[in-house]
Design a protein around this ligand. Structure first.
Ligand code: GLU
Length: 286
């Protein structure tokens, strides 16, 4: 008999700003779901953006969550410790011809789209027009030899042909047919050598044995692509629960820079953790 894996959720903030009310809601959501199921609630530091990530923001994450009365599993994962793993996966996809080097600059991509007259629009903007998809190995080598540094893009059509139809499950919505082609050919390896979020997130969720990904609805579309990557990389498929987003009084979604809603601003203003939770319509955590 195979044991059911233990319910495991996670909260994966980026240390590129202070946590705000939207983060508090998301962390609380994952924490409550884990506690209700006698599961684990994990923390992951999404510090892939090496330029914008700062140690004081990371320290702020721990401090603010603890002040709010949340606790998490001591086994914390920091993405910047796993860059070689992400790179190896990107290399593997290139080796399997499911991903390809792209030498285009943003300006060249814009010009090509303008020349074509239009491009389908996806969650990350207009689809890449496919300029570098058909380059031969010799052409790729020539460009690299001349000093050009490529990004790596997923060949989504080829990848989908390989996996066949896929589905994933959201607790709120139910079973969903994956439509990763909505992204065109997304970047999975960045020009600066850094990993792209989409690769890191599927590897991390598997490495941390996450069984239920709880996160905001802003990432709902990304799950289509994550499902495809999981299939290509033979990774286990977690269940998903995309929760509502928190808006400010003017009805705007809270963004990273909304300092007015930063937990530490509210704390400095003299609010208690209970009062902060009350702003989200919640009582204190159990
Ligand atoms: N670091 C991402 C964010 O703050 C979260 C990624 C995820 O939960 O998958 O939006």
């Amino acid at each position: 008999m195979v044991d059911n894996p233990r319910l495991t959720t996670r909260f994966a903030p980026s240390p590129s700003g202070w946590l705000h009310l939207g983060h508090a809601y998301s962390a609380r959501f994952g924490c409550d779901v884990a506690r209700a199921g006698n599961g684990r609630f994990l923390l992951r530091i999404d510090d892939l953006d090496l330029v914008r990530s700062r140690p004081e923001y990371e320290a702020g994450i721990f401090e603010d969550l603890a002040w709010l009365g949340l606790d998490w599993d001591p086994d914390i994962r920091r993405e910047s410790n796993h860059l070689a793993d992400y790179q190896a996966v990107v290399d593997r996809l290139v080796g399997e011809e499911l991903a390809y080097p792209c030498f285009c600059s943003r300006r060249e991509i814009r010009a090509e789209i303008a020349r074509m007259g239009a491009a389908p629009h996806g969650p990350e903007g207009p689809h890449y027009p496919g300029t570098c998809r058909g380059l031969t190995t010799a052409e790729q080598q020539d460009r690299i030899g001349a000093g050009a540094v490529p990004a790596i893009r997923l060949d989504t059509e080829k990848a989908m042909a390989k996996t066949g139809p896929l589905t994933w499950t959201d607790r709120e919505v139910g079973q969903i047919v994956a439509q990763p082609d909505a992204f065109g050919d997304p970047v999975i390896g960045r020009k600066d050598g850094g990993a792209a979020y989409h690769i890191a997130v599927v590897i991390d969720d598997a490495a941390q044995a996450v069984t239920l990904v709880t996160r905001g609805q802003d990432l709902f579309q990304s799950t289509h692509l994550h499902r495809l990557l999981q299939a290509l990389l033979d990774l286990p498929v977690p269940e998903y629960w995309h929760h509502k987003l928190i808006h400010d009084e003017a009805g705007n979604r809270l963004a990273k820079r909304s300092d007015a809603a930063a937990i530490r601003t509210l704390r400095a203003d003299g609010l208690s953790p209970e009062q902060v939770w009350a702003r989200l319509g919640l009582g204190p955590p159990e």
